[in-house]
Ligand binder design. Structure first.
Ligand code: FES
Ligand code: FES
Length: 250
């Protein structure tokens, strides 16, 4: 393959970036107390500034999830044990800002400022770049995540959530809908029907569609339009996106 062809960016590559396939996740902040369980894994993130550079970090986690104290690196088996340790051993530290939540099936405990937008926590601290930020004030829907409430997945704008309310939340981003290899049925339908152009709005729409189909597996066009009404597609591709979801997925 010629160099010229190799450097072309296809729409499907854009889709990959948009989170239809699990993108890189970077674990890069000292504020992270714990994350991940299972075997050794490598996470990769590509950062583009004036030049493109790739940051690769290997995270080695053995056995069960451990909650690690950020001050002395002691490990604990539960958030409650960690918090008891923090209260007794580090009472002099500012501990109010510790939040624990589950993101795409993985438990996280972070030190945050309560006013941080959740979209910023997900992207800039945890490296979930499938969460897009379009407007940053609740107008475009690109930052949508699913938040579990009473057993249901509710689409919410993460730019309007603050980190202080993360405690106990179970959150799913577009990456979390698949195992990184097999797309979810909604992801596959978007892919098969080319229901995207640049793909920037796509993760939010896929999450909104996933929540809709969980309640209403065979939605009409009006029902899909209503579910997508909080989302903007700057490529003006909504007609195709809506039609891809009418009648649901196989
Ligand atoms: S970035 Fe959150 S609604 Fe636009
Ligand atoms: S496909 Fe480009 S913003 Fe919707």
């Amino acid at each position: 393959m010629s160099e010229e062809i190799k450097t072309k960016v296809s729409r499907r590559e854009f889709l990959k970036d948009a989170g239809l396939v699990v993108g890189g996740a970077t674990i890069g902040s000292a504020a992270i107390l714990s994350a991940c369980k299972g075997e050794t894994k490598t996470v990769t993130s590509t950062v583009t500034n004036t030049a493109t550079s790739t940051v690769t970090k290997t995270v080695e986690v053995k056995g069960d999830t451990k909650y690690v104290c950020p001050f002395d690196s002691m490990e604990f088996n539960s958030v409650a044990d960690l918090q008891a340790h923090l209260a007794s051993a580090h009472a002099d530290k500012k501990l109010d800002n510790i939040v624990s939540f589950t993101l795409n099936g993985t438990p996280y405990t972070l030190v945050v400022e309560p006013w941080w937008p959740v979209s910023m926590v997900l992207r800039d601290i945890l490296g979930f770049y499938d969460v897009k930020v379009g407007c940053d004030f609740g107008n475009c829907g690109t930052c949508t995540v699913l938040v579990e409430k009473n057993g249901k997945q509710i689409p919410m704008f993460s730019c309007l959530m603050v980190a202080g309310e993360l405690n106990g939340k179970v959150i799913t981003t577009c990456d979390g809908l698949s195992n990184g290899i097999t797309p979810s049925p909604v992801q596959k339908k978007f892919y098969d029907e080319d229901a995207f152009q640049c793909g920037y709005c796509t993760p939010g729409l896929i999450l909104a569609a996933t929540a809709l189909l969980a309640d209403n597996p065979k939605p009409t066009a009006d029902e899909v339009r209503y579910a997508f009404s909080g989302h903007l597609c700057f490529c003006n591709n909504m007609t195709k996106t809506v039609s891809a979801m009418v009648g649901g997925v196989e």
